[in-house]
Design a protein around this ligand. Sequence first.
Ligand code: TYM
Length: 326
Amino acid sequence: MKQRKEKTIFSAIQPTGNITIGNYFGAIKNWVQLQPDFNCIFSLADLHAITVRKDPEEFKQKALEAYALLLACEINVEKSLLFIQSQVNTHCQLAWMLSCCTEFGELARMTQFKDKSSSHSDNVNCGLFSYPVLMLSDILLYRADFVPVGQDQKQHLELTRTVAERFNFLYGPTFTVPEPYIKRGAKIKSLRDPTKKMSKSDPDLNSRIELLDSPDKIMKKIKRAVTDPENHVKYGENKDGINNLMTIYSCTTGKTLDEIEKEFDGIGYGEFKTTVAEALIEHLAPIQKNYSKIIKDKGYIKNCYKDSAEEALNISNETLNEVKKK
Ligand code: TYM
């Protein structure tokens, strides 16, 4: 990180599945936009991902691809850190100490734990349960002021604040108490069931747009997106599908929902969907072009993550040592 700014942001993404426009609009696009004004520290949370069993070779490849895709989205490693979590061993060390400052009941209340333990009932491991402690350690190690995430991470951030405040109260000021940074696009919904969030692990491929989807696939998936019988492009109750497409279009073009309603006044869903798909295709094209170049240069990718891990280790060691002393 070349420049030291006054405030720091931290965020991370799991390298499971393929990154979707939900991840992009909910988190990554904000990371990119915040880069000029903050010290930015980003991570590929591979340790979080192993709460669900993985094929080791496929997992390694996915992590490399996810890293390249973040570079292609214009995470700039000249300005920001982008490291792989398992390469910076301070995270697990702090997680152990902070697990001793986190209540069992607090973790048992996490809705993601409840959801994931019911969807992976054959493997409800302790990692799944203590996942938020590793996540809050990720954040607190870098004394982040803001954490840009999607809506689904809000509860984990509330716990982060609780544990930071608890530690500061017991042992004296140590951690920055971080604020969530949650903006428009924080909850992009599934295209097949717009009452659920779009997820990179949904078995139905038509439920999501992946950043590397071809133009043809994007058009087909948007055309098949579930809507309602009204045929009226208006944001409102019982219109989850249209609300979602309007949000996607808004995130893609920067237009407000009011502007979108006016633009499509008197125009049916068919034409609206074509316009949304075309805007997305155009928006994702430069990312896809960057990615196809970057993924060929494994040496470059490796240098980027090694350099970032070294610097992340230096920064996080300072916090870890202070916590150990206390
Ligand atoms: P993950 O990998 O599930 O998601 C990465 C980011 O994408 C956001 N997101 C969405 N935003 C809008 N609409 C959606 N449909 C959507 N789906 C996902 C997530 O909110 C997230 O910001 N536990 C985290 C990874 C993590 C982390 C951290 C995040 C590990 N340590 C420290 C912040 C700080 C996770 O599983 O994200």
